[in-house]
Each structure stands twice: as structure tokens, then as C-alpha cells.
Design a protein around this ligand. Structure first.
Ligand code: IVH
Length: 669
């Protein structure tokens, strides 16, 4: 290849890669596979390294971050970057509309609505469609030049699609998605570094890194919501809506979910709808931005000293707040794990009063360096339980007290154990009343026996009165005993007994397995177990080796299952449940049921002559059977090939059905 054609290929590759970046990061609709993309990228990188004379600062390869900076240089905005006035209620929106109308009497109004992204405002300059530089908002007049970092943002194009305006300042928000934020914070804690308070903070911290390579590793995204100076200014079009669509045509990602409306009612429904969606969106939003749609009207309305008169941010109720950590309580869970719980001075977060928050475990408390009496930042992310983000150390008075973990169970007093493998501290006394209470609540919970009306409300009282000690006792409750309880009338007693009866009738094996509360056995694992064992007897006799054979069951889960059934108390419970008729049998899928080997378990030992082990396994599985590698009484057929191993002797000992390869072939034919 001559230099000319090399240069042409480099240009072509840059175009192709930019286009595929756009498909992937902006449209979320890739046209080629990751492998094909990687190949294009590798080819470009190699050519650029070989022929440095064709270097281009806007090549897609420059998205990985250049050399570190000593400090950021100032970035002056050619037009000031205003911030928005905030509104907190519909009344504030009505007032805003009234103000607009006062300035523009007799004009027809339309509004452009968008979610308010909770990130960091930036401005990016493109000259002749090429990324030139970009900076943060700063004080609105001068920000910091974070060009090298902005270039690493995955969905930000370095070259715009033509036809582009000669000069464009695009404005928007740089954000970090919630899941990436969680991940980043886990990493921060692991490294012993301070977690970020929220995605906005993390995005800001990531964008203001002096080393662009660090920024490049953070999954930042950019979404445009407007422009600064544009030449020619006719590019902007007539409305906010049109402007956004023009930015989109240049290949720029724009704030999603925008909508044009006319009335206050429509603004209200958009706000309510968005608030409903808030938790399920991938990024944090903190309200709705309302803008007068017509750009001509925007110009007429103009700005006050700090904000535009044509726009308003209607905020959602805050999900973060500051309060005092009054004390720490130690709760005993059903598996005996001791969980520290923060008792907080009550505060309202996102419309809910919060007075408790989980602190997870001791190492988390250490990592966050919390003390009793601290002022703390608390948040409710999504629907989840509130959490303490961090203490405000700068507000400490010296009166704060260390959080001391108890040495003994706060309920039964037995010595707490800390295992080497895990951070948790636990009460190992399985008769600890706190553990029993939590286990019973778990037993009757929705995903377990699903006994309506029992649970937190009655279980503690029933235990206190000596009516409940094990889950089996639930099915021995009598009406005469129940009506003696305070606040329990004739009617509620009947209802409760009805609910218990119903739960018993519709009980399935997977629900019962889940309800037992075996450590590490959640809903999913319970389902897997129930599809492999015919009842609790079969499950309780399974060995660790046998359990590990099952899909998604690792050594830890297997160990905990075996341990659970080895305890005398649990064996008694099983016997009790059986006597009470709480003994569901596994339901086989109907499709599977019709297969010839459904429910049959095979094991192979020795070499097969006519087919490989993998082929034999596949054959068994397509016929509905399963193949295990550990011998046990659950095995139906032991297939013996040439030179069998020790399994054969064990099979004989267990009195299993031993068959030859020929017999096996007959069986599967
Ligand atoms: S429009 C003239 N639209 O909110 C002001 N801003 O509190 C134009 N923001 O500094 C701003 N999402 O960083 C606009 N869809 C959106 C926004 C948005 C987030 C930020 C922006 C601004 C801040 C004001």
C-alpha cells in the first residue's frame, strides 16, 4: 500500500468506527458484532501507530484518554450558562405560566418538557463538525476546560454528521448510570476510598479527573438539551423541539423522553408519569424541566440575573437528606446474622418519613467511619430501604461515640461468632428467640407459605404467649387460644385460621423449601431443588456432591443445605410437617413428564465403546433424564463401561441397578 491509500484507509476506518459508536452508544442499535468492531478498531490503532504523520486528535482511538494534566485551564463561555429557577409544586408551575403570560400577552404558548437529569452541566464546542473543546459550567461565565476528559465519553461524537453548522456550542448534562454508580462505589470502598454521595457527584468527580485515563474507565454519558452560540444562528430552527431534533441529526445524543405540551394539566400528567418511572430509569432524574417551546418567545422573555424567564425546573421530592445518627441497634436475623441498624432523627425523604436505615455490617461501618451522634447523609434510592451514605465529618463536635459491636447476642446472650470467610457476625444458637421469630416471619412470608395476616403483626405475640415455637405450631393453632389474644376477635381468629388452611392446601414443594429459610437458598434455588427432588425426604438425604451437580448450585449453597438437614431440630421439624400433612410432592413439568426417561437418574463409570460420555449424557437429557457424577441412593441406573472405577463397588454396596452399555443402548433406543 502506498501512503495515499493508507491515509484513505485510516480516514475510512475513523468514519466507520465513529458511525458504529453512534449506532451503539446513541441509537442503542448496533449493526455489527463486538468482534467486528474490535477488528476495525485494532486495524486503525495499528495503522495510526505505524504512520504517526496521520495523527488526528479527534480519531476514535483518542477516546481512551491522553496524558494527565497538571491543572485545568479556564474555559470561558461565549454566552453565559444560566441555571434554572426551581419549582416544587403545581402552584409554582401555574405562577411560572402566569409570569410568562404577563410578558407575552395574547401569545399562544407551547411548552417543551424533558426530564431533569441529575448530572453535571457542560458545553462542547464543534468547529466544522469537529470536536474542538469543552468545559464545565463553572460559575456560568467561566468553567474548567475538561476537553481531554469529555473526549473519552462513549456516546459523545468527536465528528458530527453533515450538514453541520460551521460553529456549534452544544450544552447538556454528563451523567453516570445508577448501576455504574453502584459498581464504582463498591470499587471505591474496596480500595479504601471514600464512596461518592450520588451519581451526580460521581460524574463530577470523574469528569474533573486530571488523568483522562481514569475518566475513560468511568462509563460517563452525555445528553444534550440546548445550545450556546451557533453560527449560522438559523441552524437553531424555530422551536426547542426542532432544535433537539436537529442536534439528534448531527449524531448527538439528546435528553430522552422529551414532549411538547400546551396546558398545565398536561405538564402535571407528564410530571406524575415521570415520577412513576423514576426508579426504573437507568439514570437519576430529579424533576422535570419546562421550557417555552418557541425560540422567538424565549428571546422575548430573556433572563433575570441568574436564570431564564422561559424555563422552570419542577423538582421531585428530595431522596437525600441530612439527619443525626442517634444510636445503633443490633438486629438478629433468621440465619443468626447480626445486622446493625441506624436509629435516625426522623426525616422526610421522597415523601416518606425515615427513622431507621440498615448499616449492613461491621466492615461497612468501619469503611464509612460512622460514629453515634454524627450528622449523616441519608438516602432512599429507588424503592429500597434507606441507607446512610456517609457522616459529615466536618460537623463533628468531638462528642461523637464509637459504635461498639456486641460480643454476645443482644437477645439470647450467647457468644457471637465471626467466621473467617465472611464479614458477618452471627448468633449460632438456633433456638435464639430472635432467630426463631425472624424464621417464622420468613416462613409465612409471601414467597413462602404466604399466610395472609400472620407475619410481623402476630408472630411476636404468639411466641410470647408460648403458642408458637416452630413453623409446625402454626398448623396446630386453635381458635380458643387465638381469641384470648389482645386485639384478636372472633372474626379475625377465623380469618387467620382460614388463611392457614388455604396456605396448607396450595403449598408447593418449592415454596416450602424456600420457607424453611436455609441459608443461601432463595426463591430461584428452591425452584431448582424442587425440580430435582421428589419431596423433602429426598432433598434432606442428598449429599453435597450430589447437590453440586445441579445447575447454579455451588459448594457453599450445597454445604449449607446439608448442614441444615443434619441438625436434629430441623429433622424434627420435617417429621412434624409430614405428620401434619404438609408434605408437598414435586410437580414435574407436563412436557417433561411425557418423556421416556423423566425422573430417571444415570451415572456412568468406565469407558463406553459406541459413544462418548458427552453423547451419552446428551441422549439421556433429551429423553428427560439426568446424569450425575456422584453416586448416591438417588441414582436409578449405573451404566458400566470398560475399566469401571470405584463407583461400581459403591453402587453394589448401595444395591443400585447396574446395567451394561448394551442394556443402556437398548434403553435409549
Ligand atoms: S435546560 C438556560 N434541560 O439543570 C438553562 N437543564 O438547575 C438551560 N439540567 O444547569 C438548562 N437536565 O445542568 C435543561 N433537560 C434539561 C436538564 C437541565 C438537567 C441541569 C442543567 C442546568 C441545571 C439547572
Amino acid at each position: 500500500m502506498n501512503l495515499e491509500s493508507i491515509k484513505a484507509r485510516i480516514t475510512e476506518l475513523r468514519k466507520l468506527i465513529s458511525y458504529h459508536n453512534y449506532r451503539y452508544y446513541v441509537l442503542d442499535d448496533p449493526e455489527i458484532s463486538d468482534a467486528e468492531y474490535d477488528a476495525l478498531y485494532a486495524e486503525l490503532k495499528e495503522l495510526e501507530e505505524k504512520y504517526p504523520q496521520f495523527f488526528d486528535p479527534n480519531s476514535p482511538t483518542q477516546k481512551i484518554g491522553g496524558p494527565p494534566l497538571k491543572e485545568f485551564s479556564p474555559f470561558t463561555h461565549s454566552l453565559p450558562m444560566y441555571s434554572l429557577d426551581n419549582g416544587f409544586s403545581l402552584k409554582d408551575v401555574a405562577d411560572f405560566i402566569a409570569r410568562v403570560k404577563k410578558h407575552l400577552p395574547a401569545e399562544e404558548l407551547e411548552f417543551w418538557l424533558e426530564p431533569k437529569l441529575d448530572g453535571l452541566a457542560v458545553e462542547i464546542v464543534y468547529e466544522q463538525g469537529q470536536f474542538k473543546q469543552g468545559g464545565t459550567r463553572g460559575d456560568g461565565l467561566v468553567g474548567e476546560d475538561v476537553s481531554s476528559n469529555l473526549k473519552t465519553i462513549k456516546n459523545l461524537p468527536l465528528n458530527l454528521f453533515p450538514p453541520y453548522p460551521a460553529y456549534l456550542e452544544v450544552r447538556g448534562e454528563v451523567i453516570l448510570n445508577k448501576k455504574d454508580f453502584e459498581h464504582l462505589n463498591t470499587e471505591q470502598l474496596k480500595k479504601g476510598e471514600k464512596p461518592f454521595a450520588n451519581p451526580r457527584n460521581a460524574a463530577a468527580g470523574s469528569l474533573r479527573q486530571l488523568d483522562p485515563k481514569i475518566t475513560a474507565r468511568r462509563p460517563l454519558f452525555f445528553y444534550a438539551y440546548g445550545v450556546g452560540k451557533v453560527e449560522p444562528s438559523s441552524f437553531e430552527g424555530k422551536t426547542q423541539e426542532e432544535l433537539i431534533s436537529k442536534l439528534k441529526n448531527l449524531g448527538l445524543p439528546t435528553v430522552p423522553l422529551g414532549k411538547k405540551v400546551k396546558t398545565l394539566q398536561e405538564i402535571e400528567s407528564f410530571y406524575l408519569e415521570l415520577q412513576k418511572q423514576r426508579n426504573s430509569l437507568p439514570f437519576e432524574i430529579d424533576g422535570v424541566v419546562i421550557k417555552v417551546n418557541s425560540l422567538a418567545q424565549q428571546k422575548l422573555l430573556g433572563f433575570t440575573a441568574k436564570s431564564p424567564r422561559f424555563a422552570l425546573a419542577l423538582k421531585f421530592p428530595a431522596k437525600q437528606g441530612i439527619t443525626t445518627l442517634k444510636d445503633v441497634l443490633f438486629q438478629v436475623g433468621r440465619t443468626g446474622v447480626i445486622t446493625p441498624v441506624a436509629l435516625l432523627e426522623p426525616l422526610s425523604l421522597g415523601g416518606v418519613v425515615v427513622s431507621r436505615a440498615t448499616l449492613h455490617n461491621e466492615s461497612e461501618i468501619k469503611a464509612k467511619d460512622l460514629k453515634i451522634g454524627d450528622k449523616v447523609l441519608v438516602q432512599r434510592a429507588g424503592d429500597v430501604i434507606p441507607e446512610v451514605v456517609r457522616p459529615l465529618k466536618e460537623e463533628r463536635t468531638g462528642e461523637e461515640k464509637e459504635i461498639i459491636f456486641p460480643e454476645n447476642c443482644p437477645v439470647c446472650g450467647s457468644k457471637l461468632q465471626k467466621s473467617a470467610q465472611e464479614v458477618a457476625i452471627r448468633c449460632e444458637n438456633i433456638s435464639c428467640p430472635a432467630r426463631l421469630e425472624a424464621s417464622l416471619i420468613h416462613f409465612v412470608s409471601k414467597k413462602g407459605l404466604d399466610i395472609e395476616g400472620l407475619g410481623k403483626k402476630w408472630i411476636p405475640l404468639l411466641m410470647e404467649k408460648g403458642l408458637l415455637q416452630t413453623p409446625a405450631d402454626i398448623f396446630r393453632l386453635q381458635k380458643e387460644e387465638l381469641i384470648k389474644l389482645p386485639r384478636m376477635g372472633e372474626k379475625s381468629a377465623s380469618n387467620l385460621l382460614q388463611a392457614i388452611k388455604r396456605a396448607k392446601e396450595k403449598l408447593t414443594l418449592d415454596k416450602l423449601i424456600y420457607a424453611l429459610g436455609i441459608r443461601h437458598v432463595g426463591e430461584q434455588t428452591a425452584k431448582i431443588l424442587s425440580s430435582h427432588f421428589k419431596d423433602l425426604d429426598a432433598l434432606s438425604q442428598a449429599s453435597k456432591e450430589e447437590l453440586i451437580q445441579l445447575k447454579d448450585i455451588g459448594p457453599e449453597v450445597a454445604r449449607s443445605i446439608v448442614e441444615f438437614f443434619s441438625l436434629k431440630e430441623n429433622q424434627n421439624l420435617l417429621q412434624d410437617l409430614k405428620n401434619l400433612g404438609l408434605w408437598p410432592q414435586a410437580k414435574k413439568e407436563t412436557a417433561e413428564q411425557n418423556l421416556p426417561l423423566t425422573g430417571k437418574t444415570f451415572i456412568f463409570t468406565g469407558k463406553l465403546k459406541s459413544l462418548s460420555r458427552a453423547q451419552a449424557r446428551a441422549k439421556v437429557e433429551t429423553l428427560g433424564g439426568r446424569v450425575v457424577s456422584a453416586i448416591s441412593s438417588q441414582v436409578d441406573f449405573v451404566v458400566v463401561g470398560e475399566d469401571p472405577g470405584s463407583k461400581l463397588a459403591k453402587a453394589r454396596k448401595l444395591g443400585l441397578n447396574i446395567i451394561s452399555e448394551t442394556e443402556f443402548l437398548k434403553l435409549i433406543s
